[in-house]
Write a protein that binds this ligand. Sequence first.
Ligand code: RB5
Length: 142
Amino acid sequence: MKIIIASDHAGYQLKENIIKHFAGDFEWENLGTYSSESVDYPDYAHPLAEKIASGENKYGILICGTGNGIGMTANKHAGVRAALCWNVEIAALARQHNDANVLVLPARFITDEEAFNVVKTFFSTAFEGGRHQRRVEKINIH
Ligand code: RB5
């Protein structure tokens, strides 16, 4: 499975750690940022979200300090379902019920170990479909 990943400066270190930890498990495309120098999260969320919205890529990970700014930005793109997940239960439900295609992590409020578990859960959990399919189809307004 190929995963595209991006962060701002607050998420930079966790992004690098995730890529390293799962180097043999997934194919990664790192869309930046490439250092802990201060940047603006929309500059990293939009390019990743565009690739998901266009269908060029199926799954992504976005990371900022709280996860909120980068997730809010990504969710402006139709077809992007970015879910802020801070534990494995929420990660599983984001896939099972919401068919989330972008995992959002709050770097300043999650340990590396918990983040690794969240990544593992998110990308190994299937969408349940059924009644959730109808709800997911009602998300887009265009
Ligand atoms: C950066 O300081 C911080 O504001 C950002 O990473 C994020 O938490 C915004 O939502």
